[in-house]
Write a new protein. Structure first.
Length: 308
């Protein structure tokens, strides 16, 4: 039943019609739990609260799969503006982005041009840019573009998804670049030929990737799974990994108690803070990861009807 619900939610999240309908209601029905707002200014206020609690942040202007050059250019400009607002506000945050929002599907040269501008602008202000990983079809192009950027820039990192069968080879190869890597389980629906379907297999590989990356470069461990976090802490203690060589990353609105506990224990914690008008697909992926959250949304819908 849960698997079916996950497929339904992911399907709805890819529906343009559903996205348009959702935007009519804004963030009122529960998405504000996971999305920091429509504007970068609203997101900055959320980051201020996180910083006050001892946490770092990474800001992501939501959007993906642009259809023309003008949209890609507008998305790139929003990334530049986000970096400028981060700098002006003085908050402790960096930038996350998706290459499909910058025209990867329109042509690698278009996307690379935007990325060079963004990463160079970030470097001038001492900021870091994280390239989010998307579905399997974009994995190889993303890694190739990342390698090209690393020829000129050190302030850019990438994400590896543990459920992909190719992940160990990718982590080892990127180790040659001393890549700054965010390791995640993965949130897209992929065929068994390229991704492990069973949680036990994904968890096993996730821990192996964490062990491997801790030995070769900066490691951002992105998970809310308490068992994975505990095992990661064991690896960190066992191998005496310095505190400036790793961090834990979690999603805005999820697992605040775990975030707070890690901060109190002296570990670096960074929260992924998404914002923007194009929030619906991201929101559906969060629900698909934990379908029990649907009950939370239904409760908000009942409250919204009652307040009319």
């Amino acid at each position: 039943m849960e698997s079916m619900m996950r497929r339904i939610l992911l399907g709805v999240g890819r529906s343009p019609a559903a996205g348009r309908l959702a935007r009519r209601y804004g963030l009122k029905l529960g998405a504000s739990r996971f999305v920091a707002g429509r504007t970068v200014e609203e997101a900055i206020e959320a980051v201020r609260g996180l910083n006050a609690a001892g946490k770092l942040a990474t800001l992501d202007h939501l959007g993906e799969f642009v259809s023309d050059r003008e949209e890609a250019a507008a998305s790139a400009q929003m990334c530049i503006r986000t970096l400028d607002v981060i700098r002006a506000s003085g908050v402790q945050a960096n930038l996350s982005l998706k290459l499909t929002s910058l025209g990867l599907d329109l042509g690698e040269d278009i996307c690379l041009g935007h990325m060079r501008r963004i990463v160079s602008h970030a470097a001038d202000a001492g900021h870091f840019v994280r390239i989010d990983m998307e579905d399997y079809a974009h994995c190889q192009p993303t890694l190739e573009l990342y390698r090209e950027l690393r020829r000129s820039y050190d302030n850019v990192g990438v994400v590896i998804q543990a459920y992909l069968r190719r992940a160990p080879a990718d982590v080892r190869e990127l180790g040659e670049l001393q890549a700054n890597m965010r390791l995640v389980k993965g949130a897209y629906k992929e065929p068994e030929s390229v991704a492990y379907p069973r949680k036990a297999d994904v968890d096993r590989q996730f821990l192996e990737l964490i062990r491997l990356q801790l030995s070769q470069g900066y490691t951002a461990i992105a998970t809310h799974d308490r068992e994975i976090i505990d095992r990661s802490l064991e690896l960190i203690r066992e191998h005496e990994i310095a505190s400036d060589r790793y961090e834990f990353q979690m999603l805005y609105g999820i697992g605040e108690d775990i975030q707070d506990a890690l901060v109190q224990e002296g570990h670096r914690v960074r929260v992924y803070v998404p914002f923007g008008e194009d929030w619906f697909g991201y929101f559906m992926r969060r629900l698909a990861e934990r379908p029990a959250n649907v009950a939370f949304i239904l409760k908000n819908m009942r409250r919204a009807r009652g307040s009319r």
